[in-house]
Design a protein around this ligand. Structure first.
Ligand code: PFF
Length: 375
């Protein structure tokens, strides 16, 4: 059994937890979770989601990390190696391929949405220095979505940021990025929850999030909750398998380590709900049925009206961009690891660039689907 991976190793258990939590915590927690909760009846959805995390997500997460640590390679070669060792079907390798392809596909649209967050952070930064504020958020949002050039620019910029980190490698890139970004993310989120506490509507928000109306639990709600549990824990994309390949063996219990990752991820989703819903309620917006535009088309209304709203707006969208960044790094890493195993470890930079370019090009379809090709 290999002790180390040719791609490098996490320097400690904590670094693995930060990186895996960085992968797990992303747009899924701060953009997707609140709007799915909003659309699926609040507490009922949250309850099913939590059950899916513990009963389905956690065991799969443990399995992925375990397989990765055993194989110590990219998912495709890890599965090749293990199926050979076990004398079992070569068909298992397909799981590695599917994960890598799915990762590149997810990254293609993920980077487009992450680009929106960069655009909003930029608007608030300009506003801070005297530029116009977002007074009509619905119009600002639809203006952005209808502008393919603007969307392509932010999508490209975000993809570039992701590529730079992955190209630098496990220790110099991934580890250095999460070491700084994850604490920053937590701090910004706590600041926003702190604001939620001062609104006088925190209790209502908690009731919306945690008081289940069991009549709302339908097959559809169940499926959404299960899908969200997989998405938020980065499962099934070979990501956690790849991060597991860089996990040292000595004295590290996988179930305990992975539980810390799932706990961080779930806590951050719930904190995001506690930051967003008090604001939504305070400013007379409907917490139910917000849709994917929930945070983009409604929160700016609140930021415009509240004291220091511009700073909060900048912090919020900056936070979202950071969360998306550490996740998209993890979407690019498995394929990059595979290509550098195939074409030489020295070619990591080229591998990252090639895959990111491919994913960026596929992402143009998402960009065009919002405007010119929306039909
Ligand atoms: N877990 C990330 C989120 O919640 O935003 C998204 C994600 C990252 C999904 C990596 C899958 C993955 F492999």
């Amino acid at each position: 059994m290999e002790k180390t991976s040719i791609h490098g190793m996490w320097s400690s258990r904590l670094m693995f937890i930060l990186a895996a939590a960085g992968s797990a915590v992303g747009l899924g927690n701060i953009w997707r979770f609140p709007y799915l909760t909003s659309d699926n009846g609040g507490g009922a959805f949250v309850l099913v989601y939590l059950a899916c995390i513990v009963l389905v997500g956690l065991p799969i997460l443990i399995a992925e990390v375990l397989i990765g640590r055993h194989g110590r390679m990219s998912p495709i070669n890890t599965l090749r190696k293990i199926s050979r060792e076990e004398g079992s079907s070569r068909g298992w390798v397909a799981i590695g391929w599917m994960g890598i392809v799915a990762g590149v596909l997810i990254l293609s649209f993920y980077s487009v949405v992450a680009g929106w967050t960069l655009h909003y952070a930029w608007l608030y930064l300009k506003h801070l220095f005297g530029g116009a504020g977002i007074t009509d958020p619905a119009a600002t949002f639809s203006a952005l979505l209808s502008n393919p050039l603007e969307l392509t620019f932010w999508h490209a910029l975000f993809m570039l940021l992701t590529t730079v980190v992955v190209a630098l490698g496990v220790e110099q890139g991934l580890e250095r990025a999460v070491r700084f970004l994850m604490p920053a993310l937590l701090l910004l989120l706590l600041l926003l929850v702190g604001y939620g506490l001062t609104t006088g509507h925190f209790g209502e928000a908690l009731a919306f999030l945690f008081k289940p109306d069991f009549s709302r639990i339908t097959g559809g709600v169940f499926l959404s909750a299960m899908g969200q549990a997989f998405f938020t824990l980065s499962l099934g994309m070979a990501t956690m398998m790849t991060y597991g390949a860089y996990l040292p063996r000595e004295g590290i219990s996988i179930p305990r380590t992975v539980a810390a990752v799932a706990l961080t991820d779930t806590s951050i989703a719930l904190l995001a709900g506690m930051a967003i819903f008090p604001i939504v309620i305070t400013f007379g917006l409907d917490p139910a049925g917000g849709g994917p535009g929930l945070i983009f088309a409604s929160l700016p209304l609140a930021f415009e009206a509240m004291a220091f709203g511009t700073v909060y707006g900048l912090l919020f969208f900056g936070l979202l961009a950071i969360a998306a960044w550490t996740s998209s790094i993890s979407l690019l890493e498995p394929g990059t690891a595979f290509l550098s195993e195939k074409f030489g470890i020295k070619n990591r930079k080229g591998a990252a660039l090639l895959l990111a370019g491919l994913s960026w090009a596929v992402g143009l379809l998402s960009v065009l689907s919002l405007n010119l090709w929306s039909g």
